[in-house]
Design a protein around this ligand. Structure first.
Ligand SMILES: Nc1nc2c(ncn2[C@@H]2O[C@H](COP(=O)(O)OP(=O)(O)O)[C@@H](O)[C@H]2O)c(=O)[nH]1
Ligand SMILES: [Mg+2]
Length: 694
């Protein structure tokens, strides 16, 4: 493919709820543009953009994939994104590097939660948006109803510019309201142009009025004409649509059937005509990496080079690839760039135009375009690459916090290092995936956006040669006390030679929110100064080990108030043991309990599922704190829920709402667990300890 200049490029992401047909539509677009000679099918695992093993096996998109094509002297960088919420990080990345989004809506299912989520993200990114009602050639496809649904949810600026020819299994084309012509697909991929079928004349007239009404708000001149009831020409309408899409005051609704390749060319035409080019952005804003001051770049080719790395892959066969969007200037193969985020130079070898997994080396990539480079060791997703003499750093895409956690260990003993290396590589490539060692529970944790996300992680590890076992992670409970006690302990041993002698009295009291505090009130050197650190050490060790159930004791103050020593037999070790024992015995008398982590959970849910979601939360000891309507028919529930109850929440919520809800969770605070739960935790700990002994 020849290099394109920014004015000739259109970058658009396909977004929708999972299963609305994005991958199939991308397939049709590539076919119509002559890139491929036959259309692949998701079911057959032979599509261009679902090429990863994780995708062909599951028959869903897991990662964003590029499908560049040439259409009427323009280069269209189509990005196929995953619809399932578990993989939304890649959607967020994709939306940060495009000017427009095609919002697919299933002609049978209508607007779904995913439609709303990704619409909001596209809106936050200020993108031009075009609706495409897909799967029109299906039983129960309901154009009118879906248009209604779209306009109710997203406002009157969403307006149809086509109406269907034929319905359900007889669906065969579209009437273009603007040109007043029908396009039908019969033999071959090219549509046949013809007059509007007589029986559709009224429908077309009606939708045309609605379109003009919407345009009256977009364009003042057109609005005036509308009011004065002057004739509105085809040119007026075309100009109005173009202006409205660019200014995000109009969201045209198109329709078709991607998998049947009906209605795809008009969509490509509209993308070229209406979606802003990279040049139309004018400038992009970042910061100087050293001074932190605001920096702007013109989005043309004359400006210094700058690019944002929005995605990286860690394919075991291909190696590492960094995908980037050029914001300004140009980049040539075999040159060097500056990673302005991490402040080091990088050598660029080949520049690759990616289409699915297919790589095409190109000599140069220009402002506005999207490409990839291989084998950059120290470049990561979110970095800005720039001209070293004119460095700039762009703001990083924000990703949601993980909502699902597993503890992992290798199935084969001795694979721990391999596991560590594999996890690090995956975390590097996937911004929504986190992994860490929990210092309290001593487990390796993998965290992600849901069970499907983590299942993909486990599969990828397996392909890297590390089979792992996952289980529910232990919750990091904390032990606390609720009253003050004074506890004495004398450690005394006389076995032949030199003995051991340490004697302490500790005052142990609750100290909410203080973590751990230690002090001494020793007068007259009854415990000599040099042994006091050993006393503190003894307490700290006992505290970390826990007393009730093996969880660290926290929010406690310990003061050494009294004690005694022996000139020969006292030692640091003896005082440490005495302190540790005194602490353990003291805690047991100090009304001990256990506190659990409480999380703030926010759930976006269709109104009709609210009752079920709330009663499920109650069953999980959750406290609902409020509800807000955030869109017609959609509520946001805010609740506080103990972490111990949230392990399977992504699975439970999916089954309660049939996948129509999303949620986020964030640590809030620790809180004492109810007595029955404390009892359970203690018994659980006992059982685990006995298991260990066996
Ligand atoms: N009838 C019909 N089925 C479609 C159409 N587009 C996609 N599908 C099917 O819907 C399912 C999901 O399609 P896919 O392209 O993977 O959707 P995505 O999740 O949005 O990428 C697959 O089984 C497709 O074969 C269409 O236009 N008509
Ligand atoms: Mg897909």
């Amino acid at each position: 493919m020849k290099p394109y200049e920014p004015g000739q490029i259109r970058n658009v992401a396909l977004i929708s709820h999972g299963g609305a047909g994005k991958t199939s539509l991308a397939e049709a677009m590539l076919f119509d543009a002559g890139v491929t000679t036959r259309m692949g099918r998701v079911e057959e695992g032979n599509t261009v953009t679902d090429y990863e093993e994780d995708e062909t096996k599951r028959q869903i998109s897991v990662s964003a994939a590029l499908a560049p094509l040439e259409w009427k002297d323009h280069k269209l960088n189509i990005i196929d994104t995953p619809g399932f919420m578990d993989f939304q990080a890649d959607v967020r990345s994709a939306l940060s590097v495009v000017e427009g989004a095609i919002v697919l809506v299933d002609a049978v299912a209508g607007v779904e939660v995913g439609t709303e989520l990704y619409w909001r993200l596209a809106e936050q990114n200020n993108l031009a948006r075009i609706f495409f009602i897909n799967k029109m050639r299906r039983e129960n496809a309901n154009f009118e109803g879906v248009v209604e649904g779209i306009r109710t949810r997203f406002g009157k600026a969403a307006v149809a510019v086509q109406v269907p020819v034929g319905s359900e299994l007889n669906f065969r084309g579209v009437v273009d309201i603007v040109s007043d012509k029908a396009y039908t697909w019969n033999e071959g991929k090219e549509p046949q142009e013809g007059p509007v079928p007589a029986e559709l004349a009224d429908t077309v007239a009606e939708y045309r009025n609605t379109l003009i009404e919407a345009l009256a708000d977009v364009d003042e001149e057109l609005g005036d004409k509308f009011l004065m009831e002057e004739e509105i020409t085809r040119e007026d309408i075309i100009r109005g649509i173009r202006k409205g899409v660019r200014e995000r005051t109009l969201f045209p609704i198109l329709l078709g059937a991607g998998a049947d390749n009906i209605g795809v060319q008009p969509l490509l035409d509209l993308i070229v005509e209406c979606v802003p080019s990279p040049l139309d952005r004018g400038t992009v804003t970042g910061k100087h990496p050293d001074t932190g001051e605001e920096e702007k770049r013109q989005t043309g080719m004359d400006a210094p080079f700058s690019a944002y790395v929005f995605k990286s892959t860690a394919d075991p066969y291909v190696g590492k690839l960094n995908f980037f969007r050029v914001w300004s200037g140009t980049l040539r193969a075999d040159s060097s760039v500056y990673d302005a985020t991490r402040k080091h130079d990088e050598r660029i070898g080949q520049i690759l135009i990616m289409r699915g997994k297919h790589q095409e080396p190109v000599p140069q990539v220009n402002a506005g375009d999207i490409a990839a480079v291989a084998k950059l060791q120290h470049v990561h997703t979110g970095d800005t690459l720039a001209d070293k003499s004119k460095p700039i750093v762009y703001p990083q895409v924000e990703y949601p916090e993980p909502v699902m956690f597993y503890a992992v260990e290798p199935k084969t003993k001795g694979d721990e290092d391999k596991l560590g290396a594999g996890l690090a590589r995956l975390a590097d490539a996937d911004p929504a995936f986190r992994t860490y060692r929990d210092t309290v529970t001593k487990e390796t944790i993998i965290a992600g956006m849901g069970d499907q996300h983590l299942a993909v992680v486990v599969d990828r590890l397996q392909r890297m040669g590390v089979a792992v076992q996952t289980r529910e992670p232990r919750v990091a409970y904390q032990e606390i006390i609720k009253k003050t006690v004074e506890q004495e302990y004398k450690h005394k041993k006389q076995t032949g030679g030199r003995g051991q002698y340490g004697h302490v009295v500790l005052r142990i009291s609750p100290a909410p929110g203080e973590g751990f505090k230690f002090g001494d009130e020793i007068v007259g050197g009854v415990v000599p100064k040099q042994f006091i650190p050993a006393v503190q050490k003894g307490v700290e060790e006992a505290l970390a080990e826990g007393v009730l159930a093996g969880y660290p004791v926290t929010d406690v103050e310990v003061v050494l108030t009294f004690g005694s020593y022996h000139t020969v037999d006292s030692s640091e070790l003896a005082f440490k043991i005495a302190a540790s024992q005194a602490f353990k015995e003291g805690v047991l008398k100090a009304n001990p309990s256990i506190q659990e982590p409480i999380y703030d959970v926010e759930i976006t849910v269709p109104e009709e599922n609210m009752g079920d979601v709330i009663s499920d939360l109650n069953g999980k000891r959750g406290r609902v704190q409020g509800m807000d309507q955030i869109a017609p028919g959609t509520q946001l529930i805010r609740a506080q829920v103990p972490l111990g109850e949230l392990h399977r929440y992504s699975i439970d919520l999916r089954s309660i709402t049939r996948g129509r809800a999303t949620y986020t969770m964030k640590f809030s605070h620790y809180e004492e667990a109810p007595a029955n739960v404390v009892q359970q935790i203690i018994e659980e700990a006992k059982r685990a300890k006995e298991e260990e002994k066996k």
